[in-house]
Write a protein that binds this ligand. Structure first.
Ligand SMILES: [Ca+2]
Ligand SMILES: [Ca+2]
Ligand SMILES: [Ca+2]
Length: 409
């Protein structure tokens, strides 16, 4: 009996001691990834470098104040493989991510769209994120053929792995074509907004809008339960579907939710995640868009011009909208969402699809990770391959500032 008491006391002391030791050690383990990789490269198109030197220098200082090392690189080579070489060398020296400002080269990829019997061409930033996998243009057509129909022969693990090592973001309004639109002014305004958020001049409620159009509305509960960064009163979820006529989730309603400060439902959302059909330059609300012949979009259409004119108020957008971030599409909506109103970053997809199976992304945001890291974490999501979503991964992009978190306001 006495032996047992002694043993219990001893065990208690050991467990207690271990718990204290772990409590002391764990925070350092948690910090380790960002402590080992703190380098950020900012590549700036050389033709705009001098016009934006003040803004970019301020941005660099803001990043340094966050605890990173930042290098600004004046870039003038229009060959994406050379850009990748430069990024890869930086990765061996501790690079955690790259930001591409202005018009800078991108890899081109394509996949066979069996529903439409055609190849879809798109810009692929995954090429700049997976630095040690094997990317080879086997058939020499200047596109990475990354799709199931082509057995994805042009991208594989090689001798390492086909997952991303770093995040890559773009800040470029150069796909916006509009009379009177000045990209330099637009970039300057962007960096001014970005700085204002960082110094506490921007006010947003810590609230998100999850807007689910017809096609995905029947899984409402699952979308909500995976949206872990915003819950309960911090989350507004709009979902409704009527396959044959206009319903509560429609183009006009969505736009007023994010831009009309006089609308009764308007809330100053910090983040908006929207699921709606899209052809790249317009979101098409309603189920019938891709079904039964000619597009009908019975719940209305939101064009890039509508977005531009409405000047949306939220800071962060996640667009589950096909082709929304394709740099090969002039006036793609992801670029318009970034530069039309108050936005500071936008996630979209350059091919069909978007960020589905999104819980790893929102878990990381909830834990205070920067958007770039959360975005990279999403690629490692355990459900993507088993649930056959791996092809969509190739189109994923983040536009805007990837170094922000959802806790800056
Ligand atoms: Ca090819
Ligand atoms: Ca890799
Ligand atoms: Ca609808």
């Amino acid at each position: 009996m006495r032996k047992n008491v002694k043993a219990i006391i001893l065990t208690t002391i050991i467990l207690f001691g271990t718990a204290i030791s772990l409590a002391l050690i764990l925070p350092y383990f948690k910090e380790e990834p960002s402590q080992t990789r703190l380098k950020v490269n900012i590549y700036v198109n050389s033709t705009i470098y001098s016009s934006l030197s003040v803004e970019i220098n301020q941005y660099k200082q803001d990043i340094i104040a966050q605890g990173y090392n930042a290098d600004v690189i004046n870039w003038s080579i229009n060959d994406v493989s050379q850009l990748k070489n430069n990024i890869t060398t930086a990765y061996t020296n501790g690079l955690t991510g790259a930001i591409l400002i202005g018009k800078l080269p991108f890899a081109k990829a394509r996949y066979w769209d069996s529903a439409w019997s055609m190849y879809r061409n798109f810009s692929c930033d995954y090429y700049l994120m997976d630095l040690d996998g094997n990317w080879t243009d086997v058939n020499g057509n200047s596109f990475y053929d990354v799709g199931a129909a082509d057995n994805n022969v042009e991208h594989n693990n090689g001798t390492a792995d086909a997952l991303p090592e770093i995040w890559v973001a773009r800040i470029s309004p150069y796909t916006i074509s509009k009379i009177g639109f000045n990209p330099i002014t637009s970039l300057s305004n962007f960096f001014s907004r970005d700085h204002n958020l960082r110094i506490g001049l921007t006010n947003r409620s810590h609230k998100a809008l999850l807007y689910i159009d017809d096609e995905w509305a029947s899984y409402r509960d699952e979308w909500i339960s995976n949206f872990t960064a915003y819950t309960l009163t911090n989350l507004t979820c709009e979902s409704d579907y009527n396959y044959f006529s206009n319903d509560a989730t429609n183009a006009a309603n969505f736009l007023s939710n994010i831009s009309d400060t006089t609308h009764p439902n308007f809330t100053n959302y910090e983040l908006v995640h929207v699921m709606a059909h899209c052809n790249g330059t317009e979101q098409q609300f309603g189920i019938n868009v891709y079904q039964g012949g000619s597009p009908s979009a019975d719940d209305g259409i939101l064009t890039y011009n509508d977005i531009y004119n409405a000047a949306p108020q939220p800071l962060f957008f996640n667009l589950y909208s096909c082709f929304s971030a394709n740099l090969m599409i002039q006036n793609n909506i992801a670029t318009h969402y970034l530069f039309s109103g108050q936005a500071l970053n936008v996630i979209g997809c350059a091919r069909s699809g978007g960020m589905s199976l999104y819980q790893p992304f929102y878990d990381s945001l909830k834990n205070g990770k920067i958007f770039g890291e959360a975005f990279k974490d999403w690629f490692y999501g355990p459900e993507i391959i088993p649930l056959h979503h791996w092809e969509e991964v190739y189109g994923m992009k983040i536009f805007g500032d990837p170094l922000l978190t959802i806790y800056m306001t």
